[in-house]
Design a protein around this ligand. Structure first.
Ligand SMILES: [Zn+2]
Length: 134
């Protein structure tokens, strides 16, 4: 399920959605000067990550969904495990985790968006074609 060939592998390992070998991001999400910056194309298979101008603007919908999932997770966790804590603590926890996780969720939203449009192709070479040697 999490192995090479699954979308989850590409998403959580930050690998190219097509070959699952090339790096997707220029740097890690907490390198704030380059947070969310992606390579123009895959260094292994040559897939153009920027399919068209503004391709990743729509990743904000994914980012919104991830933020809502984070809020709901924190809210449900507080109500299940820490019911004596006030709403102020819940809001504080939501703000804290949102600030801490924003660079990661931003990067995650971009690679999830890319995985909506690009699929894994086994043995893809730099020309973007599948090799026939195995
Ligand atoms: Zn690739």
């Amino acid at each position: 399920m999490f192995g090479k060939g699954s979308k989850l592998y590409s998403i959580f390992k930050h690998k190219c959605p097509r070959c699952h070998e090339g790096e997707f991001f220029v740097s890690h999400p907490y390198d704030l000067s380059k947070a969310g910056d992606i390579h123009p194309e895959c260094p292994k298979c040559g897939l153009k990550y920027q399919a068209e101008p503004g391709f990743y603007y729509s990743a904000m919908y994914v980012s919104y969904a991830l933020a809502v999932a984070l809020f709901v997770t924190i809210w449900v966790s507080f109500n299940l495990f820490l019911p004596s804590f006030s709403v102020g603590w819940q809001i504080g926890a939501i703000v804290f985790f949102t600030l801490i996780l924003t660079p990661y969720l931003y990067a995650l939203s971009k690679i999830i968006w890319a995985n909506f449009f690009f699929s894994y192709e086994k043995n893809t070479n730099i020309n973007g074609t599948a090799s026939k040697n195995n």
